[in-house]
Design a protein around this ligand. Structure first.
Ligand code: ADP
Ligand code: 5GP
Length: 183
C-alpha cells in the first residue's frame, strides 16, 4: 500500500486550524483529510462522516479495544481519535492532514516519526478568546475549558518542527503551502 505523506496540524482551539486547512486544501486538491472520530455532540451544521465520525462513548471504547485507532486522546471532556481506516482511505492521495490535539500529536510523533508536525499559533494570546467567542459554537463554560487547555498547548509549541502563526489566513496558508510543497 502506498504511504502518503502525513501532516499533523495541532494548535489551541479557536486558533483557526479548520479555517486554514480548508483554504490549504482548496490550493492542494490532492491533499486528503483524515475524518476523526469523537464522542462530542455535533455542532450545528456538522455532518456525520464528513466533519467527524460521531460515536457513542461505548462505541469509541470498543474501537479502541479493537485497535482501530492510530492515536486517541481525551480533550475537554470528550474522546477524539484518528482511525486507521482514514489513513487507508487516503492512501492514494498526495498527502493527508491529521488535525489533532497535543497528546495525539505526541503519539503520532512516536509511531510515525516521518510525519511532518506543524503547530498553528495565535498572533497574540487574546486572539483565542476573541475567535472562540466570534465563532459562536461553544458555551462560555466550554470556552473557558478550551482556553485552559490552550495554555498547556501553547507551552508545548517548541516540540514542533514548524510553528505557523495564523495572523491572516492568507499569509498562514502561504507558509503552510511552502511546508507541504517542500515535503
Ligand atoms: P479551530 O479549528 O482551530 O478551532 P476555526 O478554524 O474554527 O479554529 O477558527 C475559529 C474562528 O476564528 C472562526 O470563527 C474563524 O472564522 C476565525 N478565524 C480563523 N482564522 C482567522 C484569522 N486569520 N483571522 C481572523 N479570524 C480567523
Ligand atoms: P473540536 O471539538 O473543536 O472539533 O476539537 C477539539 C480538539 O480536538 C481540537 O484541538 C482538535 O484538533 C482535536 N481533535 C480533533 N480530532 C482529533 C483526533 O482525531 N485526535 C486527537 N488527538 N485530537 C483531535
Amino acid at each position: 500500500m502506498a504511504r502518503p505523506a502525513v501532516f499533523v496540524i495541532t494548535g489551541p482551539s479557536g486558533v483557526g486550524k479548520g479555517t486554514v486547512i480548508r483554504a490549504l486544501r482548496e490550493k492542494h486538491p490532492g491533499l486528503g483529510l483524515s475524518v476523526s472520530a469523537t464522542t462530542r455532540a455535533p455542532r450545528e451544521g456538522e455532518v456525520d462522516g464528513e466533519h467527524y465520525h460521531f460515536l457513542t462513548p461505548e462505541e469509541f471504547d470498543r474501537r479502541v479495544a479493537a485497535g482501530e485507532f492510530v492515536e486517541h486522546a481525551a480533550y475537554s471532556g470528550n474522546q477524539y481519535g484518528t482511525l486507521r481506516s482514514e489513513l487507508e482511505k487516503n492512501a492514494e492521495q498526495g498527502g493527508v492532514v491529521l488535525e489533532i490535539e497535543l497528546q495525539g500529536a505526541r503519539q503520532v510523533r512516536a509511531s510515525m516519526p516521518e510525519a511532518r508536525q506543524i503547530f498553528i499559533a495565535p498572533p497574540t494570546p487574546e486572539t483565542l478568546r476573541e475567535r472562540l467567542v466570534g465563532r459562536g459554537t461553544d458555551s462560555p463554560e466550554a470556552i473557558e475549558r478550551r482556553l485552559q487547555v490552550a495554555e498547556e498547548e501553547l507551552a508545548a509549541q517548541g516540540e514542533f518542527e514548524h510553528v505557523v502563526v495564523n495572523d491572516t489566513v492568507e499569509r498562514a496558508v502561504a507558509e503552510l503551502d511552502e511546508i507541504i510543497s517542500a515535503a
